[in-house]
Design a protein around this ligand. Structure first.
Ligand SMILES: Cc1cc2nc3c(=O)[nH]c(=O)nc-3n(C[C@H](O)[C@H](O)[C@H](O)COP(=O)(O)OP(=O)(O)OC[C@H]3O[C@@H](n4cnc5c(N)ncnc54)[C@H](O)[C@@H]3O)c2cc1C
Length: 306
């Protein structure tokens, strides 16, 4: 086996990939996990995860996934920080192309999760990193005693708004509908939080500033009225899409671009599995991702043994 050849390559170091890595490494399959960003995936954005079993008082997304990583590394999981750009299947051999060259494996588990959707309004790209952010955990501390807006009304958006109460003095939650899509427990917390103010039936139409964000432009969807809101920061959380751009034409994807799998997490290509938020029908929760990772890993092990 050459230096760049593995039994299993896992793409993505979120809960699905880390769980898969624990199982394959512990089964003594030579495993490489490739992660392009921070280990832990999407859940590192959650200050407190209350629905992952085993933590009666909740756990931060960072602590949870650091523990997952430590546990898998203990059994020999190797990790590489590069981006995967392609997958080629040549019978039993699978070639994973990365920004650092090719790696081969007998089996590949794709656990790349999803990417945040952009607003697509003027100023968004220009002010990214200058007041526009997609990660409250990463950037929240820059907004101590400042006024920010969170765009979105789902679980992730409201969780981020609550996370920002640790730093910002006021947080506007701007949502295109008249009610939140977040689960009831999250909603109850949000409505009890005095720093949060909700602006309903409203969309953002532009981000405006000088060196940094100064204000956002809004449109009321019911009245059509345009307005401006002075803010120091904008946290965008308007949904996500499966991170499968490099897999088009390689694997079967559903209408939203998620990888189609069966209940063994098998894609249509023997030896290639998908797990977590990236697969069609996922519940898009950490527990589901971790479970999928285990299912994929066990079946990858069976495939390698055939
Ligand atoms: C703010 C927020 C709060 C949340 N709160 C909760 C909660 O309380 N409870 C809960 O259960 N769930 C919560 N979630 C959802 C949870 O984060 C996801 O369901 C979970 O992280 C999915 O895990 P995953 O491993 O499938 O994907 P991800 O966590 O998205 O991980 C995928 C990883 O793959 C990497 N990757 C993608 N493409 C490539 C590539 N081409 N090359 C290399 N690496 C790649 C990404 O960088 C990423 O690190 C929350 C999400 C957000 C955003």
């Amino acid at each position: 086996m050459t230096e760049r050849q593995y039994d299993v390559i896992i793409i993505g170091g979120g809960p699905a990939g880390l769980s898969a890595g624990l199982y394959t490494a512990r089964a003594r399959h030579k495993t490489l996990l490739i992660e392009k960003g921070a280990v832990g995936g999407m859940i590192i954005n959650a200050g407190l995860v209350e629905n992952y079993p085993g933590f009666a008082d909740g756990v931060s997304g960072i602590d949870l996934t650091q523990a997952m990583y430590k546990q898998a590394a203990k059994f020999g999981l190797e990790m590489l920080s590069v981006e995967v750009t392609g997958l080629k299947v040549d019978g039993k051999n699978k070639v994973v192309a990365t920004s650092d060259g090719d790696f081969s494996a007998g089996s590949v588990i794709i656990a790349g999760g999803s990417e945040r959707l952009k607003l697509g309004v003027p100023g968004e790209v220009e002010y990214t990193g200058k007041g526009v952010s997609y990660c409250a955990t990463c950037d929240g501390a820059f907004f101590r005693d400042k006024v920010v807006a969170v765009i979105g009304g789902g679980n992730a958006a409201v969780t981020e708004a609550l996370e920002l109460t640790r730093f910002a003095s006021r947080i506007y939650v701007i949502h295109r509908r008249h009610e939140l899509r977040a689960t009831k427990v999250v909603q109850e917390k949000a409505f009890a939080e005095k720093k949060l103010e909700f602006i309903w039936d409203t969309v953002i139409t532009a981000v405006v500033g000088d060196a940094f964000v100064k204000k956002i432009k809004l449109r009321d969807l019911k009245t059509g009225k345009e307005s401006e809101l002075p803010v120091d920061g904008v946290f965008v959380n308007v949904g996500s899409q499966p991170a499968t751009g490099y897999l088009k034409g390689v694997l079967a994807l559903d209408a939203v671009g998620a990888i189609i799998v069966n209940d063994r997490m098998e894609t249509g290509v023997p030896g290639v599995y998908a797990a977590g938020d990236i697969r069609s029908g996922s519940i898009r929760q950490t527990i589901g991702a971790a479970g999928d990772g285990a299912v994929a890993a066990v079946n990858a092990g069976k495939y390698l043994g055939e």
